[in-house]
Design a protein around this ligand. Structure first.
Ligand SMILES: Cc1cc2nc3c(=O)[nH]c(=O)nc-3n(C[C@H](O)[C@H](O)[C@H](O)COP(=O)(O)O)c2cc1C
Length: 306
């Protein structure tokens, strides 16, 4: 492993500001790959209280500018999640974010109560999945009030030692206001953005939508400008740190994300395009940029675009 960029985040000394985002890879072996490739933090798949089948295949489709996914929060539920979390605690030597999702405040609270005995470092509240509207109604983070209530309830249950991160959807009028509301409710950090859309691709041979669920969230290079604008708006509205994600594929994208205001940079779809080496390439690239431009750390360029 070559040199990495030491970063401070919510009292943790991270070996790198790069984060494996939720859901793109989900197995413990994947998380070890991310760690060995230079990620500073990894994020689990979003777990729900009960197991979920997810949507019919195909659930991921690639197009020229990115991906569509309609995984639909396929996961094995909290009991299996706890097994994986114990395994991660024993195998990983970097911190990890446990991502949880549910449709109402009561279930979010139940999930956190289950996680408490495992003493997690970070819990990421997925307030933003766009694939499951039909089943669940609008994501909680489309409204400032509901985002506030979820974060407040979870903060009350979670020991102060557990850092709570609110992950937001870009599919709102004013993401800055939603972030501000989460901060007021006690969130320790904001993660943004989840996928954009939903969108659709059509197979002109079968004359049908490509995805089994017909529509899915858009990720990858296509969404980078939206992600940067969202992170920029959030930075203008909050003083807690931001994990910026959405279309980051290379060093330039990562530096843009830092300059927009992100403290950490999430990488997801780029791993489908370029493999695990992306983490080391971006680490190396940021280090080179910092030294060529006289900066000591990635913290020195956070928010410079403002
Ligand atoms: C296949 C797939 C599954 C995803 N699953 C989740 C999930 O379970 N929870 C979540 O918060 N975000 C999920 N996401 C969204 C990503 O974490 C990320 O916010 C988004 O893809 C933007 O980053 P990217 O363009 O680097 O992929 C998923 C994305 C993809 C492509």
């Amino acid at each position: 492993m070559k040199s990495l960029i030491q970063t401070d985040f919510l009292g943790y000394k991270l070996r790198s500001p790069l984060v494996l985002v939720s859901g793109v890879y989900t197995q413990t072996s994947d998380f070890l790959n991310a760690q060995n490739s230079g990620a500073g933090v990894i994020t689990t798949k979003s777990f729900t209280y009960f197991p979920r089948q997810g949507h019919p295949a195909p659930v991921v489709a690639k197009y020229k500018e990115g991906f569509l996914n309609s995984v639909g929060l396929r996961n094995a539920g909290i009991a299996e999640a706890k097994k994986q979390i114990r395994e991660l605690k024993s195998k990983l030597n970097i911190p990890f974010l446990i991502s949880i999702f549910d449709t109402n405040i009561k279930n979010f609270a139940q999930l956190v109560l289950h996680l408490l005995p495992l003493e997690p470092d970070f819990i990421e509240l997925n307030l933003s999945c766009p694939n499951v509207d039909d089943e669940f109604g609008k994501p909680l983070a489309t409204q400032t009030d509901s985002a506030f209530e979820v974060v407040k309830t979870v903060k009350k249950i979670a020991d102060d030692k557990i850092k709570i991160i609110a992950k937001l959807t870009p599919n709102v009028n004013d993401i800055g206001m939603v972030a501000k509301s989460c901060e007021r409710a006690g969130a320790d950090a904001i993660a943004a953005i989840n996928t954009v859309g939903p969108g659709m691709l059509i197979d002109i041979k079968s004359k049908k939508p490509v995805l089994g669920n017909r529509q899915g969230g858009v990720s990858g290079p296509a969404i980078k400008p939206m992600a940067l604008r969202c992170v920029y708006d959030i930075f203008e509205n909050v003083s807690i740190p931001i994990i910026g994600m959405g279309g980051v594929c290379n060093t330039n994208d990562a530096i843009e994300m830092l300059m927009a205001g992100a403290s950490l940079i999430g990488v997801g779809s780029a791993l489908y395009l370029n493999g695990w080496k992306v983490f080391q390439e971006i680490n190396d690239g940021i280090l080179k940029y910092l030294s060529e431009n006289g900066y000591g750390s990635s913290n020195d360029i956070i928010g410079l675009a403002h």
